[in-house]
Design a protein around this ligand. Sequence first.
Ligand SMILES: [Mn+2]
Length: 239
Amino acid sequence: MKPVIGLSASHIEKSTSQFGNRYVDYIQKDYVKALEKLGALVIILPVTNPSAANEYAQKIDGLVLAGGDDVSPLLYQEDPIKENGSNSIARDNFEKAMIESMKQQSKPILGVCRGLQIINATLGGANYQDINSQYKNVLGHNQYPTEWSTLTHSIKVNEDSFLSKAWGTEGLVNSFHHQAVKRIADGFEATAFASDQIIEAIENKKYNIYGVQFHPEMLFDTNQHAKQLFRNFVEIVKK
Ligand SMILES: [Mn+2]
């Protein structure tokens, strides 16, 4: 049997030129392709009522939380500063319920970018709403419009971490974020740092919950480390 991996969707609940007021959930294909190439069966999860999360969690073996909008600072008891970006409370609340259900059922989670940040906020941590205004001597963490798979900053990775098994103890990553971990959730360890000490990966080994601040799904076809990272996650899901 193939491992079944649930994939969180992005959510638009406002009028758009393409869909009018027929609101949509959507997901970048990179995640689907990467997981399928490694032998997983992928189920895209709708952004729906949090009360459905427990049953969705029962149907899947692992969860990938994708990138997207900023996590609302209300999740860590802060009002938004003016630099806080677009929030989707519906997505936040559904993903929060999914994280809690997966943890309860001891099933692995991999969070990418926003995915890392929602894990941290859900399990008791707090994030920077905007590192460019809230963090001293910050380096360039949003490379847009530089191409997605271009590696733009270095990281140092803790030995014996989930990330080091794919990335080694130092390497390069892409970067498309302006939020980051400020206070790490209890039970978690920061396992990678940029040279400005911004946290680039977190993990909770006991519960197999992992997060990376960069975008390995955009590197999957060009970077062996990124491929290895997803392979390692799928292996953990299979166990
Ligand atoms: Mn970065």
